[in-house]
Ligand binder design. Sequence first.
Ligand code: CA
Length: 231
Amino acid sequence: MSATKVVVIEDEPDILELIEYNLRREGFEVATATSGRSGLSVIGREKPDIVLLDLLLPGLDGLDVCRRLRAVDATRHLPIIMVTARGEESDVVLGLGLGADDYIHKPFSPRELVARVRAVLRRGGVRERDPERRIVRGPLAINPVKHRIKVDGRRLELTPTEFRLLHFLASHPGRVFTRGQLLDRAVGDRAVVIDRNIDVHVRAVRKKLGPHRGLIQTVRGIGYSFRDEEG
Ligand code: CA
């Protein structure tokens, strides 16, 4: 099996060097670029398995790069981890909305970085492989065909929106979704305006999860994720 290839796009030399060194040490193959535009051509040439993308880049910034990668078939599902500074939460929300898979805040430890890369590769894309597949996550058991969710063997009485929300989150453990993404996936256009506050639905689901309410985690300033037991 050939090594997993990572393209790192980062304009700060020290950080670029740190990332490259640590990924190579873990056995990854690494190609680098220091601007958005050169990053796109390196990706085209190297056909990486995953991209680490700094958000603040000269010229074409990380969000532009993300948008362009998602706009073409060859890179539509290429895993992207955004590298951001703390306080850029609104950009993270935009990036996740554009299809980035995850983000990591600077400064990060090498261990955290490598763990994040492995987790995103393990999880794969957001595409539903088999929407009818039964899901078991700790105390939670989901039967999508019967539209039924049990926790500790007890059946939850969920509204259709609550079911879709919990099913969607549990299908992608560890992945952070913005409120907008969850609205699209769980609520859609069907609901009346008053139901379009995703926090209300999350609160209701958590209440029904009782002692397991912590399965749904709040990611401050960004959104929600389902607890990843492996990550
Ligand atoms: Ca930068």
